[in-house]
Write a protein that binds this ligand. Structure first.
Ligand SMILES: [Zn+2]
Length: 337
């Protein structure tokens, strides 16, 4: 049962995910520099992020698919629990008994006044490790702020204008510089070797592939933003005229994407239903039930993907720490240190 962290409220779970394709979560049509379709960035840091709504939208659709609630018929009424549920959300079933595995975890809103915020709350995904080509092969870059997302107690320190080895394989190398081709960073050993080792051990428990953590380096937040923004994929594509099936004139456009192999971290808060009422009826589901149905949706990210340009072979995202058996209580797989 949901025993940890306030039994009556629910549980916060942190997820780690790796992009299997380039991932484009667009900022709309705002043109940025030479790119027609930029990705969304965090205003303060200028770092790309994936908003929680860009995770919950596709997850909802996939949970609906997994539970046959995409379009379903109840007597003569046709419900559509995926998506916005038609005008005013009237197509959402909003069923509480038995609870709809889509409407209750993700929420519903009917113009007739019956509405409910979902029992799961999605937070934005941030970059934890970012892959960059270097003269010694691919390395994954992280920064003090990126690691802060993990809520570890340790502080790895700030490597200033250089880089600090974070993974074992980088630590064992004796290179005095790291050559990114366009940027050369001097090695700074720092006084935080022991702290970094402790952090590394904690990261190993979080199912992030060893190749990534072993080949990772720590840079300052300032350099992290610079390196990430200079290594995003920029692709060129062409709009097709649906009438002729040929390329439209002047339809060449460029778009940005997070490269394959980027590690993201995001939180989801799962609430127990017991503290909520609909038509004066309590919702009798607990947070492990909510988590089970959300994870059904998250597991499909690796095959059907999220974000834009999905049909152009983009957007597959593998969530690394889904639970195999959901009957376990939701406090038991807590990864918070
Ligand atoms: Zn429903």
């Amino acid at each position: 049962m949901c025993t940890k962290k306030g039994a009556s409220l629910g549980e916060l779970k942190q997820y780690y995910a790796i992009t299997l394709d380039p991932l484009h979560v667009g900022a709309g049509s705002s043109r940025l520099g030479r790119v027609d379709l930029p990705i969304i960035r965090e205003p303060g840091t200028n770092l790309p992020k994936v908003p929680g709504t860009s995770l919950s939208g596709p997850a909802r659709a996939y949970t609906a698919l997994a539970n046959n609630r995409y379009v379903w018929k109840d007597g003569t009424v046709e419900y559509w629990c995926a998506g916005r549920g038609g005008t005013g959300g009237e197509k959402h079933c909003g069923r509480t008994n038995p609870a709809c595995p889509v409407c209750i975890p993700y929420g519903f809103s009917k113009s007739s006044g019956r509405s409910m915020q979902g029992l799961a709350q999605f937070f934005d995904a941030h970059i934890l490790f970012f892959p960059v080509a270097s003269m010694i092969g691919p390395v994954w870059v992280t920064s003090p702020s990126a690691l802060q997302m993990l809520e570890l107690k340790e502080n790895p320190g700030d490597p200033g204008d250089g880089y600090c080895p974070f993974g074992e394989k980088i630590e064992q190398r004796k290179d005095s510089r790291l050559n990114f081709g366009w940027l050369m960073l001097p090695r700074s050993e720092g006084e935080n070797k022991e702290t970094i080792k402790t952090m590394r051990e904690k990261l190993k428990e979080r199912k992030i592939p060893a190749t990534i953590t072993e080949n990772s380096v720590l840079v300052s937040d300032r350099l992290f933003s610079l390196i990430v923004n200079n290594n995003l994929e920029v692709r060129t594509s062409v709009s097709i005229d649906p009438a002729t099936g040929a390329a439209e004139e002047k339809a060449l456009f460029t778009f940005e994407a997070l490269p394959r192999g980027t590690v993201l971290v995001f939180d989801i808060y799962y609430r127990n239903g017991s503290s909520y009422r609909i038509n004066n009826q309590p919702i009798t589901v607990d947070c492990s039930w909510v988590k089970k149905h959300i994870e059904e949706g998250l597991s499909v990210f690796a095959t059907l993907g999220i974000g834009g340009m999905n049909t152009r072979g983009m957007g597959r995202l593998k969530v690394l720490n889904l639970e195999k058996e959901h009957e376990k209580g939701c406090g038991e797989n807590e990864h918070r240190a």
